[in-house]
Design a protein around this ligand. Structure first.
Ligand SMILES: [Fe+2]
Length: 365
């Protein structure tokens, strides 16, 4: 059984009624200009944060409140505008199995469907859209993200959010994100629907073996990691509601299942700073020193002389590879294996001859 189930505090009165009206509207209306920014002038997007929460940033698994769900930025009409404007190169469409016990993450082709139709399929089908780099492509979203990060920095003198970026995740009821870990520090700002998140002990090789973390940091494999159902006994489990942030230390393994309670929208913000970069470099140096020199290098401590020395090693190796134009291993990414299909109840059809997804266990070797 899970060690802890936390149901996060949720103020129903803070949700504007019109967000539900739009959500359930039978026909989606197309607009070319969004009128929503009236609320986006909110001076702060953090709600009732305590000094303890600011101090916990990057250090602990914790949750807090925000008001991004009240800005109007993520209502259906504005989502359609974001879909219309978002560049194809950063427009990810995926599907997956209906149970966490069967790994089947698939990459999809939009198949030319309109933004309105795609959003309708997300509402009723089994799809997961990732608008990558929303901070780069949408000034209104960028403003909200920068406001959040600026406020976090102002309230915690040791917190630095450099290389800021964010992905907007729009996913169907029941959609799953399998067990994985993210390389940058990331924070999940939940906006619509309800999802259950399992968060596993950070920096613990029982849940994230050293070789797996190193391969993910080196981009030799995608972020999905080998999972065993017994891990759940050590997880913290959160039922995340609109207006809640969930975050954890860098490289903490986690997985998510959308509850069957409407479309889910979350903003996943990511950042780096000198310590986060050093942590990645320590893993890269450990991998290099073990593979090339046979040194065990089991410590992934990010502070102290040894960590800085390993960072120097990682940088030197990177520099050498650049000079010698050495080939770095290619990430074993997912191939496109389905197309969006409005005629299908699930919103997609597998392509003829589509390969079966390869489970993370088989990607580690
Ligand atoms: Fe993640």
């Amino acid at each position: 059984m899970p060690t802890r189930v936390a149901r996060l505090a949720f103020d129903l009165q803070s949700i504007p009624l019109n967000s539900f009206d739009i959500h359930t509207a039978p026909t989606l209306r197309r607009v070319t200009f969004s009128p929503f920014f009236r609320k986006n002038s909110m001076s702060s997007h953090l709600v009732n944060w305590t000094p303890k929460q600011f101090a916990a940033l990057e250090e602990e698994i914790f949750h807090a409140q925000h008001n991004l769900h009240e800005t109007g930025l993520f209502e259906d009409e504005n989502l359609i505008r974001l879909f219309d404007l978002h560049p194809e190169v950063d427009f990810g469409i995926n599907t997956m199995s209906t149970s966490n016990s069967t790994f089947a993450w698939r990459e999809g082709d939009r198949n030319g469907v309109s933004s309105e139709t795609l959003l309708e399929l997300l509402h009723r089908g089994h799809l997961w859209v990732n608008l990558r780099n929303v901070r780069t492509h949408h000034p209104d979203v960028r403003k909200a993200i920068d406001s959040i990060y600026d406020e976090l920095e102002a309230n915690n003198p040791t917190f630095q959010a450099q290389n800021r970026s964010a992905n907007l995740l729009i996913s169907s009821p029941g959609a799953i994100v399998y067990y994985h870990l993210d390389v940058p520090v990331n924070m999940l700002w939940h906006i619509r629907g309800r999802k259950r998140a399992w968060v596993y002990p950070p920096f613990d090789t029982r849940f994230s073996p050293q070789e797996v973390v190193e391969k993910i940091c080196a981009a030799e494999m995608v972020e999905d990691a080998p999972f065993d159902p017994s891990f759940d006994e050590s997880a913290q489990i959160f039922d995340v509601e609109p207006g809640q942030l969930l975050t954890w230390p860098q490289l903490t393994p986690h997985r998510v299942e959308n509850l069957h309670d409407g479309l889910c929208i979350s903003l996943s913000t990511e950042h780096r700073n000198p310590r986060a970069t050093r942590r990645i470099n320590v893993h890269l140096a450990n991998q290099f020193l073990r593979r090339k020199l046979g040194m065990p290098c089991r410590s992934f401590d990010v502070e102290g002389v040894s960590a800085h020395a390993k960072q120097a090693v990682a940088r030197a190796v990177r520099g050498w590879n650049k000079i010698t134009k050495s080939k770095t291993p290619q990430k074993n990414d997912y191939q496109v294996s389905f197309k969006v299909d409005p005629k299908s109840p699930q919103g997609f059809t597998l392509l003829e001859g589509a390969e079966e997804p390869v489970a993370p266990e088989c990607r580690v070797a």
